[in-house]
Write a protein that binds this ligand. Structure first.
Ligand SMILES: [Fe+2]
Length: 296
């Protein structure tokens, strides 16, 4: 198999690529893996169409690029009937264990709605995620695009004064902040304890390319040393800046797409879809490295 990667949009030659002709069920040679990883460094988002894969195949493909995240605490509230998928798979579907669609009254559904806010996966963990890989096993007939924002381009486009201002700022990220933003505040004491804020730098440098990017997410709800209203309004301004249309690729899903993104240089969000239809999307997530060793 030879790997060819090209930009999805001629108008945006450096953000969001696609890799045609690859079969992710097959094992990859070291040079194929290196080519895909180089594609990720360059494009930050890669789309692989027509990948009718199993969970095991998705896990095997993901492991070419690092270790799966191994956090014990869940990043969501439990769904009716218990987990639907096995270890290593994050269930981003709107389905209960028995395959029926979640009730609109379900806490698990309220919690999932937070995915509609711009974020970077696991930014609320001490070691935020490297790559996420999302496989579409069933899609809704309307809506549900996943949008990606290029946080390198967003950083580059800041004016010099703002670049200097953000350079050494540290934010606090928590699921409590992103859920609070949509009015979901009835968290249990155990959830509040599990979702204690972690610190992340506002500017990060890509370990391979050396490019700087803004490390933002709706999970970011405070800036260390700042008064809360000032922090919130600044973070809101920065997210608005970073998600201008020119920095965004909107992925319209087709069945069996697999989309892989680098959380270190992007934010993403899902758009509205018909909640009465099954949307079965399954994620594997690769562990990243802690950016701030000492938390608290
Ligand atoms: Fe996400």
């Amino acid at each position: 198999m030879s790997v060819t990667i090209r930009p999805i949009r001629v108008s945006h030659p450096t953000f969001a690529g696609e890799a045609p002709g690859i079969d992710l069920r097959q094992s990859l040679s070291p040079s194929d893996v290196a080519a895909i990883e180089a594609g990720m460094d360059a494009y930050a988002v890669l789309v692989f169409h027509d990948q009718d894969i199993t969970d095991e195949q998705q896990i095997a493909f993901s492991r070419n690029f690092g270790e799966l995240e191994g956090y014990k605490t869940a990043a969501s509230v439990p769904r009716a009937g218990g987990p639907r998928l096995g270890p290593g798979m994050a269930d981003l579907s709107n389905l209960n264990k028995d395959g029926t669609v979640m009730s609109a009254e379900d806490r698990a559904w309220f919690f999932k709605l937070g995915d509609r806010l711009w974020h970077s996966d696991s930014s609320f963990r001490p070691a935020p995620a490297k790559y996420s890989l999302l496989s579409a096993r069933a899609i809704s007939s309307w809506g549900g695009n996943t949008e990606f924002a290029d946080m390198r381009a967003a950083y580059d486009a800041l004016d010099d004064r703002t670049k200097a201002e953000v350079e050494h700022l540290v934010c606090e990220h928590s699921l409590i902040y992103s859920r609070e933003a949509i009015g979901f505040t009835d968290l249990t004491p155990e959830e509040r304890d599990a979702f204690k804020p972690v610190r992340q730098p506002l500017v990060r440098r890509h370990p391979v390319t050396g490019r700087k990017s803004l490390f933002l997410a709706s999970h970011a709800g405070a800036i260390v040393g700042w008064r809360m209203p000032e922090a919130r309004i600044f973070l809101r301004d920065l997210i608005e800046h970073a998600t201008q249309r020119e920095f965004v690729y909107s992925h319209a899903w087709t069945l069996h797409d697999l989309v892989m993104w680098d959380n270190r240089q992007t934010m993403h969000r899902v758009r509205r879809f018909d909640r009465n239809e099954a949307r079965d999307v399954r994620r594997t997530t690769l562990a990243g490295h802690a950016l701030i060793a000492e938390q608290g």
